[in-house]
Design a protein around this ligand. Sequence first.
Ligand code: GDP
Ligand code: IMO
Ligand code: MG
Length: 424
Amino acid sequence: MSNTILVGSQWGDEGKGKIIDVLTGKVDIVVRSQGGNNAGHTIVSGLEKYVLHLIPSGILRKGKVCVIGNGVVIDPIALVGEIEGLRKRGIKVNKNLLISDCAHLVLPYHRAIDERREELKGKNKIGTTKRGIGPAYGDKAARTGLRMADLIRPEVFAEKLKLRMKENNAVLKGLGGKPINGTKVLADYVAAAKVLKPFVVNTVAYLHKAIEAKKEILFEGAQGTFLDIDHGTYPFVTSSNTTSGGACTGSGVAPNRIDTVLGVVKAYTTRVGEGPLPTEDDALGEMLHGMGREFGATTGRARRCGWFDAVATRYATMVNGVDRLAITNLDGLDGVPEIKICIGYKIDGKGAVLETPPTDAGELARCRPVYTSMPGWLTPTDQISKYKELPAKARRYAETLAKMSGAKLAIVSVGPGREQTICL
Ligand code: GDP
Ligand code: IMO
Ligand code: MG
């Protein structure tokens, strides 16, 4: 395997963590380059289930180096909690984790502002994870953010924090929120800095040396294409570039060092949070929720569910340059007699068929899907490990999704476990 960017080609939670865990066996380094602990990547290894939020999914495998790149926003308290949680479960976290000195910090006022803004928006809320992601990236763009390099220098941090506390408490007051105690923030963050300091380095220089030494890198995308701040269903998006370009800016690895882009999709569609989802189907959602599936890995919220949207995934292939496709959760459709696939949209169900999703969220919300359908295979697939052993109708379905999405079918996943993966 060469240097690969893995991205979600839908609205997040495509099963990226599971696919990364499978691919990590073959790479040397796993890099997170955007997002924060809004992500929840589930990995099932034997009887153990892990949900990773900030630490790259490679941490579970021995001998792999995990890098949290400059483009990630880090809540130091959450990160320390994640490190400690893994250590308690016998997972080694020491020299195998590197954190960029340029990564921005999420502070308690970011979380409080995120929450207040959502409350004030009422029914127009985004449905954020309330992890402070938007306000933290906002500060980064406004050049008022604090970074890991500040955190590990207590005097510098104390000085900068003081000014930021003053401004953000005024903002919070304006939003009708309660001010935050800066003394406590300082004490908590200085304590977290002590734990994190040994991990903090210039990860850009590290990655370049690794590339020179012919190490193979897997970039672990978080969220999904339609949550991208530029290409997603704005404003119902997250605040980072979740598409493949974000892996380069968020790690300092240049585009010409990347060999391939792997898109991950579910065999259907899910979305957690507000915003348009053209193929949303309550009956499909009820079925999946009834099976105990599709509850958020970070917030536990029930995910909205719908049929596979080939209009959206084709667009995702374009934006990300997806070469190969991994389809997960095929087994979720094992009991469905007739499976729909969205092949076009009609605004308000009328007029010309659109083959490209409207970029305006309001217009996308008016889109009614044009469906084709395929017969279901009505056979359990979760024990199958060879592609040719999948029911012919399941193979046809997977191949159709790949063809419509414009990428080569590379992986089919039929269960959450490592072994429930069919590589083509
Ligand atoms: P991520 O954010 O993209 O890593 O995805 P999440 O971990 O948030 O959600 C994906 C869910 O689907 C998790 O519960 C996974 O364990 C589960 N999963 C992934 N692939 C499969 C699959 O092929 N079949 C089944 N049944 N579950 C899967
Ligand atoms: P992974 O990496 C699914 C969604 C939130 C909300 C919007 C903005 O596990 O696929 P934010 O807290 O980022 O400001 O919320 O983005 N969201 C996700 N949805 N999977 C994720 O990550 C998500 N991270 C954020 O639900 O709609
Ligand atoms: Mg997730």
